[in-house]
Design a protein around this ligand. Structure first.
Ligand code: URP
Ligand code: ZN
Ligand code: ZN
Length: 468
């Protein structure tokens, strides 16, 4: 099957041009001016006049079907990847969580079983490590060889996913040898537990106190600590879901010293704030960790994106229904399952707030949502770029179309939206995954199982040299 996309503006991270795109089978065959006039034919021609032709977005941080206490995140691989596709995202990387006392292999096998045959778009895995020991460190090498090239460790969640400094250092040392990238959830969980318990025991049990129990300084402390550990180990480090000006300063200080420190932020930290945690128990809809910050942190994060101190915007999509899941914590914020539903909205929010809002160029929009995540997570040249040889993961994007985000119309399997009623400018009209149209005119035209597992190249060594 050959598809010719004509009359559009191709937007890549390194520039935009008026060009046609020829898709042949699963990949992009040609990008150039006037391909139709040159006699190139196709089975289908799509007229993209007035619209952008952009690489399908890459979301390197999702949690589908993930257990959290007594509940599971609401989107399965089927519903979550379909919702991602509606939002112009054509690649996701999900986290396979290791259970204490079990191997990394068990975690990965379980995640393969959950995803295989269900995904609408291509997918990869990271492994979240909760039990660092000789056996799990040795397992890392084999997983890297299988294309699972990064491992998340936590300074948060004592007694569950938490690793101490020794465990994190040893993970980083191993990564320096096998080329993996270590991702870190950086919050001082030991101190946070003291603050959470003190608030709850004093009767301060509303969602608002989730935010107050996790101050930005304790995110910055952990970010600084793990960057120092990475420097000691000679490895790169990638801070996930960075939420605050304070943590950003720690990353920038590390980068100024020459540390191979990288970080992502998420739409919730760019568009929502601590204020959303107020309003009584409604605030539970906005409980995630790290928490939403006072509004004035947002400008600092946008600055960080412009300066490339933050390289990626991922979602940390981890959806829980308000009714029946979030409300487990009605009497105690510590029992509210942490996480927000955002996988469908990222590209449009960044276009609206970033490009239309004058904060970033349209090329930087593509870079932080597609190109840079693909490059940093071992998919360079394959995903995140409109160029010959790349997978034909393409979006015909209307930069002028306005729509209202709402739980009534979104495709995520969750009963509320964090952005309910917000009008955004920009939307994905046609979404193509490896050459096949999977979303068109608001309809899903793909099938569960279209998406394939992506074996990714290790990037730790290049990132350590700051060469990516
Ligand atoms: O609140 C969050 N972020 N939930 C997802 C799990 C995690 O720590 O990334
Ligand atoms: Zn996390
Ligand atoms: Zn997460």
């Amino acid at each position: 099957m050959r598809t010719l996309i004509v009359n559009g503006t191709v937007v890549n991270a390194n520039g935009s041009s008026e060009a046609d795109v020829l898709v042949d089978g699963e990949t992009i065959a040609l990008v150039g001016r006037g391909l139709a006039a040159q006699g190139i034919t196709a089975d289908r021609t799509i007229d993209a006049a007035g619209r952008y032709v952009i690489p399908g977005a890459v979301d390197v941080h999702t949690h589908f079907d993930m257990p959290m206490g007594p509940v599971f995140s609401k989107d399965t691989f089927e519903t979550g990847t379909r919702a991602a596709a509606f939002g112009g995202t054509t690649t996701i990387i999900d986290f396979a969580p290791q259970d204490r006392g079990h191997s990394l292999r068990e975690a990965l096998d379980a995640w393969h079983a959950r995803a295989e045959g269900h995904c609408a778009i291509d997918y990869g895995f990271h492994v979240s490590v909760s039990d660092v020991n000789e056996a799990t460190l040795a397992e890392m090498d084999g997983l890297v060889a299988e294309g699972v090239t990064d491992f998340k460790v936590f300074t948060a969640y004592p007694g569950r996913m938490y690793s101490d400094d020794a465990a994190i250092l040893r993970t980083m040392q191993r990564a320096a040898e096998n080329g993996a990238l270590v991702m870190v959830h950086a919050e001082n969980g030991i101190a946070i537990d003291v603050l959470m318990d003190a608030n709850a025991e004093a009767g301060r049990t509303a969602p608002w106190f989730h935010g107050l129990s996790r101050p930005a300084g304790l995110e910055a402390e952990a970010a600084n600590r793990v960057i120092r550990l990475a420097e000691a180990a000679g490895s790169a480090v990638y801070i996930v879901h960075l939420s605050s000006r304070d943590a950003l300063e720690a990353v920038e200080a590390g980068r100024a010293r020459g540390a191979a420190a990288y970080a992502e932020t998420c739409p919730q930290y760019l568009f929502l704030s601590l204020d959303d945690l107020g309003n009584g128990f409604e605030g539970a809809k906005f409980v995630c960790s790290p928490p939403l910050r006072p509004k004035d942190h947002q400008a600092a994060l946008w600055d960080g994106l412009r300066r490339d101190s933050l390289q990626v915007v991922s979602t940390d999509h981890c959806p829980f229904d308000f009714h029946g899941q979030k409300d487990l914590g009605r009497d105690d914020f510590r029992r509210i399952p942490n996480g927000l539903p955002t996988v469908e909205d990222r590209l449009d929010l960044l276009h609206d707030g970033g490009v239309v809002g004058g904060r970033i160029s349209r090329e930087r929009w593509i870079e932080i949502a597609s190109t840079s995540p693909a490059r940093m997570f071992g998919l360079a040249g394959r995903k995140g770029v409109v160029a010959p040889g790349a997978d034909a993961d393409l979006v015909v994007y209307d930069p002028a179309r306005r729509h209202v985000i709402s739980a009534a119309t979104h495709h995520m399997a969750v009963d509320y939206s964090c952005f309910e009623g917000r009008t955004v400018q920009g939307g994905s009209d046609i979404v193509m995954s490896r050459g096949r149209v999977i979303v068109e005119q608001g309809r899903y035209t793909g099938r569960p199982g279209d998406g394939r597992f992506l074996r990714r190249a290790p990037t730790g060594a290049a990132l350590r040299r700051r060469a990516l």
